[in-house]
Each structure stands twice: as C-alpha cells, then as structure tokens.
Design a binder for this molecule. Structure first.
Ligand code: NAG
Ligand code: NAG
Ligand code: NAG
Ligand code: CU
Length: 244
C-alpha cells in the first residue's frame, strides 16, 4: 500500500499563523490593531478544542475591556484584515451575536448566526483551491435586516492542513465589537451556540485535504443568514499583504 505524506501537513511554523487585528468599513481600514477587535492572549496560536469557550472569541477574548466598539449601519460592507497572510488552507467564516447589554461586556454565550463563508474558489484535479489563499483580508455585507444594537462579529479561519484526524483542525478567531444602527427587523436564524456548533468530526473539519484528493467540500456550521445567501467563492483583497 502506497502511503502519502504531504510535507505541508507537518509545517506547523508560527509564521503561517495569523490574528484578525483590524476592521474594514466601506473598503477602508478603520482604527489601529486591536482597537475594535479583541486581542488574544495566546499570541497567534490557534484553538483546536471545539468544546472550549475559547472558540467564541479566542483565548483571553471573553471580554472587551481593552476594545472599542465601532458604529456601522445594517447592510454596510465591513471586513477583517489580518496581521500576516492566511498561511494555511481552509475556509473563512463570519458569525454574529447580539450583545445582551454592550458589546464590550458580552462574553458570546448567546445565540450566533453565520453571515459569511469564503470557501473554495475552485476544485481541480489538484484538490480544493481556497478563496483566501495568500490574501490578508476579506469583506462582506452585514445583513440589511440586522436589528440595531451592539454585536460581536466573529471571524473564523479554519486551517485544514493537519485535519485528517479529529482535533487536527486549527481555528483562528477574532471578535470585532460593532454597534449597528438602522431599523432592521430581521431575526438571526438559524442560530447556534459556541461552543456546540461543531462536533469536530463533521466532513468540513475532519478531512484529509491531500489524499485522496477531495472533489467536494462542505462548510461546517449552520446555513447562512439571511437564508438563501450564497457562500462567497472569492475573498476580495483590500490592498496587498505587504501594505499593512
Ligand atoms: C473585564 O470585563 C469583565 C466583563 O465586563 C469584568 O467582569 C471584569 O471585571 C473586567 N476586568 C478588568 C480587569 O477590568
Ligand atoms: C477551475 O479549474 C479548472 C481546471 O483547472 C479550470 O479549467 C477553470 O478555468 C477553473 N475555474 C476558475 C473559475 O478558476
Ligand atoms: C463529499 O461528498 C461525499 C459524498 O456525498 C461525502 O460523503 C463527504 O462527506 C463529502 N466531503 C466533504 C468534505 O464535504
Ligand atoms: Cu500552523
């Protein structure tokens, strides 16, 4: 029996890691690093235990004591910039949760809906081609029906290079704090709890992306809100990796 040992599966260098550190609003980067995004106390290490509360807003991200809240309108284009490049293969997703009081005080223990997913830009005989490969940012529109209030907006990049066994996927996470204005009257749906949203063994998380070469990919987690929203095949790049 032939065995296949991809070199990349063992490239665990922290150089390939990233932190979501700045917010984009209407195509422009707003604020300094960690002004509107909670800073992890875990350097740039990923979370790998899907049952941990660290899955909400990363290690040390359970409160916003050191983070400001940025005002946006429902329907606005916002996005995330990272402090390096997405150096590992996998999808990028965004979940939102309404704060019970202020975003700064909110620990993320309530309901979350998924509003964005950037997955594969193509699937070829070489396998899954990831939309976010080599870029350093992505943007998306907040749902126009989003009710006014303060929210956590959680970016999640799932690194799948070592994901062929349970617990091998790496979760890179950053929570922005936003105050949404407007008269949106939608209700977030379907909603999930974090942790709880993932078992760690679903096909989008426990997957060998090298062999046999996958011919399909199923994003983990709930359907997107609003319902009918398509997953985005491309992650638009704002500027270039070296500009920031
Ligand atoms: C940080 O925020 C939490 C929740 O709002 C609060 O309970 C805690 O006392 C704060 N810690 C510091 C050091 O300010
Ligand atoms: C996807 O890959 C196939 C095979 O390499 C190629 O022919 C096609 O143009 C690609 N499509 C896109 C959208 O890049
Ligand atoms: C790909 O499709 C097969 C057959 O439907 C399914 O068993 C498998 O879980 C899928 N893989 C992924 C990563 O979605
Ligand atoms: Cu790594």
């Amino acid at each position: 029996m032939k065995s296949f040992v991809p070199v990349l599966a063992f490239a665990s260098t922290a150089l390939a890691h990233w932190n979501y550190d700045r917010l984009i609003h209407k195509g422009e980067i707003v604020g300094d690093a960690y002004e509107y995004i909670r800073q992890t106390t875990n350097s740039n290490s990923p979370v790998s235990d899907v049952t941990s509360t660290d899955m909400r807003c990363n290690v040390g991200g359970d409160n916003g004591n050191a983070t400001e809240t940025y005002e946006v309108a429902a329907g606005d284009s916002i996005g995330f910039v990272i402090n390096s490049e997405f150096g590992h293969p996998g999808p990028q997703q965004v979940y939102i949760s309404k704060a019970t009081d202020t975003a700064a005080e909110y620990d993320g223990s309530g309901d979350w809906a998924k509003i964005y997913a950037a997955t594969t830009s193509n699937i070829t005989s070489d396998g899954l081609q990831w939309a976010a490969n080599g870029v350093s940012s992505f943007v998306f529109d907040l749902p126009s029906d989003l009710p006014a209030g303060e929210y956590l907006v959680r970016a999640e990049g799932i690194a799948l290079h070592g994901a062929s066994t349970e617990g091998g996927a790496q979760f890179y996470i950053g929570c922005a704090q936003v105050k949404v204005t407007g008269s949106g009257s939608g209700s977030l749906s379907p909603t999930v709890q974090i942790p709880g949203v993932y078992t760690g063994t679903e096909p989008g998380i426990e997957i060998n992306i090298y062999y046999p070469v996958p011919t399909n990919y199923t994003t983990p987690g709930p359907a997107l809100w609003p319902s009918g929203t398509a997953e985005h095949l491309y992650a638009p790049l704002v500027g270039s990796a070296t500009m920031f």
